[in-house]
Ligand binder design. Structure first.
Ligand SMILES: [Zn+2]
Ligand SMILES: [Zn+2]
Length: 312
């Protein structure tokens, strides 16, 4: 592969910017009162994208040798570079993306990075730029190691990961309605609007990257209901346009919970329980309940807390 795959998203920047320009113009004409764009929000999103691209470029230097190690020593087969292997790689990585994304909403350590993508209360093409430079620390790259074991060279893994993310830019819009039969196969704007919503019926649904078949297979699919418009953002709202605060707020909150909670079981939960557990903890603390009696309560009901969590 001659093309430097790591620069794929930067190379697509003109297309992304043209889409943002079209969408802002289109929405101002068709929904002038909706104010679906804000300069501060969009600039924050752009800063987050640049920070993440810079961090990713550095991270690949460390991660690609790890993939190479698994490819050289543990691969179970070797694929010829052709369309068949491309399609297999694409489908396999999209399934792993589904697993990564679902885990990112169910494990606070991963959510601490992924929350950046969800913390805006607007939804437009520029929302796709909201990414975290902490993904390499959270361990997103671990989810692609099976591709190396499955026989795909590191450069191809990097390329397919970025192609998948590049596609996802186009589902972040309120300017496009439902797309007929495509809704059964692909992640679409309607499907992804649901994913960004915090309405009770929408939260923690539609984890698709490119193919929505995984949500339909594994029971996480919910259709957008025209009578229940998505309300965007997170359960514990982030009132800032500062990209550094947006990047680190959940990490600092997690560290504070880890330090203040007593007992290793609770400290473990502060890091790895579903984000809903932390939201519940914060709500109880804000309500002024006694911390130790509250935690004793959670101890007693921990099965319920884990199996029917309230979402972040
Ligand atoms: Zn998500
Ligand atoms: Zn998104």
């Amino acid at each position: 592969m001659q093309f430097d795959a790591e620069l794929l998203l930067l190379a697509m920047a003109p297309v992304f910017l043209a889409c943002i320009g079209w969408e802002a113009w289109h929405l101002r004409r068709t929904r002038p009162d909706a104010q679906l764009y804000s300069w501060r929000d969009t600039l924050c999103n752009a800063a987050l994208a640049l920070m993440q691209q810079a961090a990713d470029k550095l991270a690949w230097l460390a991660i690609i040798p790890v993939y190479a190690f698994f490819y050289d020593h543990y691969r179970v087969t070797t694929w010829q570079a052709n369309w068949v292997s491309f399609v297999v790689l694409f489908i396999a990585q999209d399934l792993l993306y589904y697993v990564f994304h679902r885990c990112s909403h169910r494990v606070r350590w991963l959510w601490a990075a992924h929350v950046v993508h969800h913390s805006s209360e607007r939804m437009n093409f520029s929302t796709a730029f909201r990414q975290s430079l902490m993904y390499p620390v959270a361990g997103m790259w671990l989810f692609w190691i099976p591709l190396a074991v499955f026989g795909f060279p590191p450069k191809q893994i990097v390329a397919i990961v970025l192609i998948n993310l590049g596609f996802q830019f186009f589902v972040h819009t309120q300017a496009i309605g439902k797309l007929g039969w495509l809704e059964y196969v692909f992640n679409t704007p309607s499907i992804h609007r649901v994913h960004h919503a915090r309405n009770e019926r929408y939260i923690d649904r539609n984890y698709a990257g490119v193919l929505v078949i995984w949500d339909r297979l594994f029971g996480s699919y919910v259709e957008e209901d025209p009578h229940d418009a998505p309300v965007y953002g997170i359960v514990e709202p982030l009132h800032t346009y500062n990209p550094l605060k947006a990047t680190f707020h959940e990490w600092t909150s997690m560290a504070a919970d880890f330090a203040s909670l007593r007992g290793w079981r609770n400290k473990w939960r502060a890091l790895f329980a579903p984000p809903a557990w932390a939201a519940d903890y914060h709500a109880r603390r804000a309500a002024g309940s006694n911390a130790s009696s509250r935690m004793a309560d959670v101890e007693e009901n921990h099965t319920t807390a884990f199996e029917t969590p309230r979402r972040p």
